[in-house]
Write a protein that binds this ligand. Structure first.
Ligand code: PMP
Length: 416
């Protein structure tokens, strides 16, 4: 078995958490899709660079020079990791949401999106001055691709914005096919890689992706850095995303001359430590054998899905029955039990962290027929079989005997 131990060590793997009966247990983190734990090497790297942390780009001091080098070297690391083309720009942002808002602010024409997106890849387009069209997905992937092709043929769009992997079902969209389909109609493609980059190697040049956005905190690097990488022409022609110091060549009281390149959109003091953490995490992911990486996750996912489906009243969700590929993100419901209650009991009685709710994807949950909210378990490089088994054991017990504590619904929240 490849998945009986973590693929890469993460911090927090032996954190103890209190249980409602007064005892304590090892914390089981099954919420990687929300924020993944830091890799141990990332934590060590931060400890190393922190003493030399200083302002970047403008300071002449030694620490400023080192910090500038760390920051600019991270740009190269990120570009290399995602297979950026020589003319692509790598821009550091706060997170995926920020990256997609930035791209939406420079898109020169209409964007087409599907109804299965996280709100971060829906709302920026709906709010963009250049406008957006939302296409309802069909029952199958094949039919959806046909609809998409017809849509882009009938009414050309500047951009197609799609998720790389669903934050609800983990399903991985066929990016190369989507890129080819879009490019045939003269449309560019932007990928929300928030849930894909933490799980798979993404080579934007090889896949034909024009823009990729992702978040450090889901890619085993906390400290709040995000990335937008892609074709520089729109980014250099669009208005600066943030106005302020660092984005300009010169300012007089009458006129401002804006930079081109990443600095154009990165006004203000950047998040050097977050960016250093992200680059270090990607370097570590780079050492993984891609086949082993996917195998580790497929094994955990298969164990999770088959284990959940075997429990009475538990069902998992899929968007497309004809889409086989998926990362380690699985949403499910327990018939007759409120999702929030199940999540609270899993935490309070078993020390297991999962997510419950609508996962910032309200239109998708409606499309999936989820009444109210659902539960989501997600894994990554620091996960192992024992984590999945702990959830399955806990759920089986909750289903058989109910919660062992008393829970009351107080103003919409379950309380122990
Ligand atoms: N897209 C997807 C698919 C996501 O899962 C998330 C995070 N839940 C986001 C975008 C937004 O990421 P962030 O909160 O880091 O901006």
């Amino acid at each position: 078995d490849t998945a009986d131990c973590p693929l890469i060590p993460v911090v927090g793997g032996d954190v103890r958490v209190p249980l409602v009966d007064g005892s304590e247990t090892r914390y089981i983190n099954l919420d990687y899709a929300a924020s993944a734990p830091a890799l141990e090497v990332v934590a060590a790297h931060i400890t190393e660079v922190l003493p030399l942390y200083a302002s970047v780009h403008r300071g002449a001091g030694y620490a400023s020079q080192i910090s500038t080098a760390v920051y600019e070297n991270a740009r190269v690391v990120v570009g290399d990791f995602v297979g950026a083309r020589p003319k692509d720009t790598v821009i550091f942002t706060r997170n995926t949401t920020d990256s997609l808002n930035l791209l939406a602010s420079v898109a020169p024409g209409e964007t087409v999106v599907l109804d299965l997106e996280h709100h971060a890849n829906l709302l920026p387009w709906l709010g963009a001055a250049s406008g957006a069209r939302v296409l309802r997905s069909a029952a199958t992937l094949d039919e959806t691709l046909t609809l998409l092709d017809a849509e882009l043929t009938a009414r050309p769009a500047a951009l197609l914005a799609v998720t790389g992997a669903s934050n609800v079902t983990g399903e991985v969209l066929p990016l190369r096919r989507l890129a080819t389909l879009a490019h045939r109609r003269g449309t560019r493609i932007a990928v929300d890689g928030a849930q894909l980059v933490p799980h798979r190697r993404v080579d934007i040049a090889a896949l034909g992706i024009d823009y990729l956005a992702f978040s450090g905190h889901k890619t085993y690097a906390p400290f709040g850095a995000g990335v937008l990488v892609g074709r520089s022409d729109w980014l250099d022609a669009g208005d600066p995303y943030l106005l302020g110091g660092g984005a300009v060549i010169s300012v007089t009281l009458d006129a401002t001359e804006w930079r081109v390149g990443p600095a154009r959109h990165e006004a203000g003091s950047p998040n050097v430590i977050g960016v250093a953490a992200l680059a270090r995490a990607l370097q570590e992911l780079d050492t993984l054998d891609p086949v082993e990486w996917v195998a580790h996750e497929n094994e955990l996912r298969a164990r999770l899905v088959s284990g959940l489906e075997a429990l009475p009243g538990v069902s998992t969700y899929r968007i497309f029955p004809d889409l086989g590929d998926a990362v380690g993100v699985v949403s499910f419901s327990v018939a007759g039990l409120d999702s929030r209650l199940v999540a609270v009991v899993l935490s309070a009685e078993w020390g297991i962290g999962v997510r419950d709710g609508k996962f910032c994807a309200h239109p998708l949950l409606e499309r999936l027929g989820v009444a109210g909210s659902a539960l989501r378990a997600s894994v990554g490089v620091g996960s192992r079989q024992a984590d999945v088994d702990a959830l399955l054991t806990a759920l089986a017990s909750i289903l058989a005997d109910g919660p062992s504590g008393e829970y009351e619904l107080e103003s919409g929240h379950w309380q122990v």
